[in-house]
Design a binder for this molecule. Structure first.
Ligand code: ISC
Ligand code: MG
Length: 468
């Protein structure tokens, strides 16, 4: 399955140690092998004991790229608020700059690749809920499994210092063998049961929504997203593998992600892409405006048609289109945005959806694009800065990584970030689920409250809670 006697890696390590001595700095060696087909979630589960707290999982809706990371060869993390995207980019570039990359395959998301994300608002007062996550957090894994268009690759990343000796090659060999010997056919049994479900201050959330609606009618702010939390308590620790497995089965149209940090895990199934960059091609998504799914095909179509012609939802959506169009035009020579939204349906909800394409004009990096886009009015509001400040002031929830960019970027600058909605933070036997909705002046408090209830369902269902 994995060749342990790969001479190239051994030579790479020797070269890196020499280089580390010469430059007096740590040097990355990244080696890529094509391996036999293997179930990515089984690989994730195989690292459950040894690498718990140091794993990640990612799948895009088209099943083009699945990533699993085990172990950490380097972490990029910071609580710095100003220029945080630029700061991560600088650290990343420095880390890979002198690296030795052994990669014959030239496939995206193989070789040095980082996975992680950012908090929604680094200036919001952080609570203990998110104490295990820095404001910016990226993992460069020790072992990265990449399934791309059906082919599977294993990247091994090792950071060599001037004090290392070549025996680290043998250690890597043993570790890899151990991981692969733990890979078992996927079977994830339920080991914990829901014992309590707590809505966190629903009434004060409703009051805040009503006050915001009143403000929107008189001020310059046109839209702001307000979110809330639902806390679930289980009798035993929640199995991350089981939750990811359920999301994979139930949320096929979504990005599935899980990011572990110091024992906690942020996990979700988001239908919303923030941005994807493949060489010069750029893709983004406007997703805002929601309605429930019907019980029958007829009812479902009817609800979809209601959504497509509902003034309030169209307005909520249009603000997102305007902002993303504007941001994309700053970096793209041709921005292609359809005039009218279409529907995007997931298991529990349907949305107004407008895909966006462009071609990067300057050499804008993915993180520069994220800086321009985050938060779009689907998560923040319009005008952007005023909305962020409003949310910071009135929202009770500490969003942490909820509603923020989460995704990957490889050493050639390709990558994809989703907006981390339909998500939850798992902490042992507790899960905090998050859901918000776009408030505009025509919003109705009870309808918005109901909308958040629907938006909790993907995670509720994956955790085995009641969704009705
Ligand atoms: C903020 C969320 O959804 C956003 C994305 C799609 C539709 C939305 C809406 O209709 O309000 C929200 O803008 C969430 O799921 O927590
Ligand atoms: Mg809405």
């Amino acid at each position: 399955m994995v060749t342990i006697q790969d001479t190239e890696l051994k030579e790479g390590i020797l070269e890196a140690i020499g280089k580390a001595k010469k430059l007096s700095m740590p040097i990355l060696v990244s080696e890529v092998q094509k391996i036999d087909n293997i179930d990515p979630l089984s690989f994730f589960a195989a690292g459950g004991e040894r690498y718990f707290g140091e794993r990640f999982f990612w799948k895009d809706p088209s099943d083009e790229i699945i990533l699993v990371g085990l172990g950490i060869s380097k972490q990029i993390q910071s609580d710095q608020a100003s220029d945080r995207f630029f700061h991560v980019e600088k650290e990343w570039k420095r880390f890979i700059s002198n690296g030795i990359i052994i990669n014959d395959f030239k496939k995206q998301a193989t070789g040095p690749t980082m996975f992680g994300g950012f908090s929604f608002d680094p200036l919001k007062k952080k609570t203990s809920l998110w104490s295990k996550f820095s404001q910016s957090l990226f993992h460069i894994p020790k072992y990265l499994l990449t399934k791309i268009n059906g082919d599977v690759f294993l990247t091994t990343n090792v950071v060599c210092t001037q004090h290392d000796d070549p025996s680290i090659f043998d250690v890597l060999g043993i570790e890899r063998q151990q991981i692969f010997s733990c890979v078992k056919p996927p079977s994830f049994s339920i080991n914990s049961h829901l014992i309590d479900e707590l809505e966190i201050s629903p009434n004060s959330w409703k009051e805040t929504v009503q006050k915001l609606i009143n403000d929107l009618k008189v001020g310059s702010l046109k839209k702001a997203v307000l979110a809330r939390e639902l806390r679930l308590i289980f009798d035993e620790n929640i199995s991350i593998e089981l939750v990811v497995n359920n999301l994979l089965k139930e949320q096929r149209e979504s990005f599935i992600f899980a990011l572990e940090s110091n024992g906690d895990c942020f996990v979700g199934a988001s239908p919303e892409r923030l941005v994807k960059k493949q060489k010069n091609s750029l893709f983004s998504t406007c997703l805002a405006g929601s309605i429930s799914r019907g019980q029958t095909v007829e009812e479902d179509t009817l609800l979809g048609n209601v959504l497509l012609s509902d003034e309030k939802n169209l307005m909520e959506h249009q603000y997102v289109v305007e902002m993303i169009k504007d941001a994309m035009e700053q970096v793209s020579i041709d921005v292609d945005i359809p005039d009218h939204p279409q529907l995007l349906k997931t298991r529990h909800i349907q949305h107004l959806y407008t895909p966006v394409r462009g071609t990067s004009s300057k050499d804008s990096s993915l993180l520069q694009l994220i800086n321009l886009l985050h938060p779009t009015p689907a998560l923040g509001g319009l005008p952007k800065q005023e909305a962020i400040e409003k949310i910071r002031e009135v929202e009770e929830l500490d969003r942490g990584f909820y509603a923020s960019p989460i995704g990957w970027m490889d050493f050639e600058g390709n990558g994809e970030f989703a907006v981390a909605i339909r998500s939850g933070l798992i902490q042992g036997n507790e899960a905090s689920l998050f859901a918000g909705c776009g408030i505009v002046e025509d919003s109705d408090v009870e309808s918005e409250y109901f909308e958040t209830q629907i938006k909790f369902r993907p995670m509720l269902s994956a955790l085995g809670g009641r969704t009705k």
